[in-house]
Design a protein around this ligand. Sequence first.
Ligand code: ATP
Ligand code: MG
Length: 222
Amino acid sequence: MLMQPINSNNALSALHCLYVGGTGSGKTTAVKLLPTTKATDQILFWDPHEDYSGKFKGRIVRRYKSFTKFFKAAIAGRKTQSGFKIALTVPETRENFLRFCEIVKALGDGKHKKQLHAVCEEVPQVTESLGKEKGAYGWLLAVGRKFGIVVHSVGQRVVEMSKTTLSQSIYKWVGMQASIKDAMRMAEECDIPLKDIKALKKLEYFYKSPGIGNVEFGKLRV
Ligand SMILES: Nc1ncnc2c1ncn2[C@@H]1O[C@H](COP(=O)(O)OP(=O)(O)OP(=O)(O)O)[C@@H](O)[C@H]1O
Ligand SMILES: [Mg+2]
C-alpha cells in the first residue's frame, strides 16, 4: 500500500482551479502564464502529451515515463522546502491517471511549508462519470485541501466533466468554448453573460474567483 497523507489541517483554504476551453483556446498557456502557480511552487504534472516540456515559469520540468521513478523524484522533492516541477508521461488511461492521483494524495501534508500542486491535463479523457467523482481524483478535489493539495483540472468540454470537478474547483478559467452547450454551462456556473462567453476569441478568457460577480477578463500573451 502507498503512504498516506499526513497532518490534516482544516485551516487550509481550497484553491482548486478549473481551465475550460475548446482546443487551442489557451488552457495550457493559461496554466503556464497565470499566477495560479508560482515558479517556486512544488508541482506535479499529469502530462501524457508532454505539454509541459522544457521550462515551466523559468524552472526546468523533469519528466518521468515510469511510475517508480516519478514517485521517487516526487518523494525526494517533498522532503525539501524547495520548489520542483515533475511531469509524468505514461499512456492516457483512467487507471494510470488514478495512480498518479494516488501518488499526489500520498504526498499530501497539511503542515508542509509548501503546498503540493497537481496539474491534470484533459481530465475528461480519464474520468468517466458526470456525477460524483470516484477514486483518488475525487479525493484530491474533495479532501485534498486539508493536506495542502491544490488541483488544477484542465479540459476542453465542461459538459464532459463531473459535478465534483465543477463544484470543488472554486477558481475557473473560461476560454473560448467548444460548443454552445459548454458556453451555456460556463455562463451559468460563473454568472457571466452568455453573449460575453460566446464572443471570446483564442487566448481571451474570463477568470472567476470565489464570490458573486468576482470575474475578470484577460488576454494571454504568447
Ligand atoms: N509559444 C507560442 N507561440 C505562439 N503561439 C502559441 C504559443 N503557444 C501557444 N500558442 C497558440 O496559443 C493558442 C493556445 O494554445 P494552448 O496550447 O494553450 O491551447 P489549449 O487550450 O491548451 O488547447 P488543447 O486543448 O488542444 O490542449 C493556440 O492557438 C496556439 O497556437
Ligand atoms: Mg492544452
